[in-house]
Design a protein around this ligand. Structure first.
Ligand SMILES: [Mg+2]
Length: 404
């Protein structure tokens, strides 16, 4: 399930005079045109406005658009209402971002009917109770459901029958395949790959030689193969990301860079959920499989990567003496809504937040790897919004949220 033009749709719902008009949500709103578009209504998209575009460019394309600031707490509250509707149909709801979720309805058919009936019922509940439209994809795997949900926006409902995955994907442009970013798309173009079917036709061995492990994964994805299960639900007690190294390491640079990537992922999930962390924890597992965790209460709750990263580096440092690290984890705990009284906000807090909102908007549109810190280039760290398969075997609580 993926809501349509979410932030803009909420504003049009709450301000009837904006319905049918181009609405652009982003930055500080009004005359302030720094920052980027976080969401554009479909009326604005007709002018070529899209998310992650600079607000100035959007204003040039569509001068009559209504520009509104990002109201994070409001969108987070509506998001919680949407997720509550989804949980009526199954407890197996995995929230992927502020406006997207996977549902495993395997056990729900006796009560609610076949999956396409459940999908239609969810769409009408969201429309009737919350005044918003959602697009839903129904399929036997997360991967294909995700692609299907995106195909007929807005207000779409696309059902892919089991066994039809490869045939469904084949004619679609390669950019539609979840997990294929711009860099991979360009590299695949050298192979003459334009559609997902072109990719599926390449022998998996050739893809592995050219793209390594990612290539093997691409070959499977192109056929709609995705064994990942919808994540088990859990309370929002913590949000954590982990990374297992292919080869155990004691390289401080690699360790700090990995902690940065994990902190970025955790911070992005906090922002998508409208939460801040009061406590940061790290987990270090060494080559002997002994696991150590340390945590610290922050002076000021945060949803930014930098303080989470700096704290995690300090916490990890004493755990690293003479060990080779197998796994690193960063967790945000002690979660709460942002305080109304930001008395101690740093002078540059506003600028920093604007930059972070711009990054979030770009990643929502172009994927988690679209924008990264120079320090993380070529680093072997997981995508912020994709689950680390290793965590499925881990005793750590799984994060309730992601975004993309
Ligand atoms: Mg959406």
């Amino acid at each position: 399930m993926d809501l349509d033009a979410f932030f803009a749709a909420v504003e049009q719902r709450d301000h009837p005079e904006l319905r049918g008009r181009p609405v652009v949500v982003g930055g500080g709103g009004g005359q302030d045109q720094r920052g980027v578009v976080s969401a554009a209504s479909y009326e604005a998209r007709r002018f070529g406005v899209h998310s992650a575009m600079p607000l100035r460019a959007a204003a040039a394309l569509c001068p009559d658009a209504v520009f509104l600031p990002v109201d994070g707490p409001k969108y987070a509250a509506v998001s919680r209402q949407v997720m509550a509707i989804l949980r009526r149909y199954t407890p197996r709801v995995e929230q992927l971002s502020i406006d997207e979720a996977f549902l495993d309805v395997t056990g729900s058919e006796a009560l609610f009917g076949p999956p396409e009936t459940i999908a239609a019922s969810i769409k009408s509940a969201i429309r009737g109770e919350l005044g918003l439209t959602a697009s839903v994809g129904v399929a036997a795997t997360r991967l294909v459901a995700k692609v299907a949900s995106d195909l007929r926006k807005p207000d779409g409902l696309v059902v892919v029958a089991p066994g039809e995955e490869a045939a469904f994907l084949a004619p679609l442009p390669i950019a539609r395949l979840w997990g294929v970013g711009e860099k991979t798309r360009v590299a695949l173009a050298e192979f003459g790959v334009r559609t997902i079917g072109d990719l599926a036709a390449i022998p998996p061995d050739a893809l592995r030689r050219r793209f390594g492990e990612h290539g093997a994964q691409l070959a499977e994805r192109a056929r709609g193969i995705d064994a990942s299960a919808v994540a088990e639900p859990q309370d929002a007690k913590s949000i954590s990301h982990e990374h297992t190294f292919e080869v155990d390491t004691s390289d401080r640079e690699v360790i700090e860079r990995t902690l940065l990537g994990l902190s970025e992922g955790v911070a992005a999930r906090l922002r998508a959920a409208g939460l801040r962390a009061g406590t940061v924890a790290v987990k270090v597992r060494d080559s002997e499989f002994s696991t150590h965790t340390r945590q610290r209460v922050l002076a000021e709750p945060t949803d930014l990567a930098d303080p989470i990263w700096r704290t995690s580096v300090e916490l990890a440092r004493p755990l690293l003496h003479g060990v080779r690290v197998r796994l690193l984890g960063v967790a945000a705990r002690n979660l709460g809504a942002p305080s109304q009284l930001a008395l101690f906000a740093a002078a540059d807090e506003d600028r920093r937040r604007r930059a972070v909102e711009a990054v979030d908007a770009i990643r929502r549109r172009f994927g988690a790897r679209a924008l990264t810190r120079a320090r993380l280039l070529d680093a072997d760290v997981p995508e912020p919004f994709e689950r680390d398969p290793d965590r499925l075997r881990d005793d750590d609580p799984k994060p309730p949220l992601g975004t993309g």
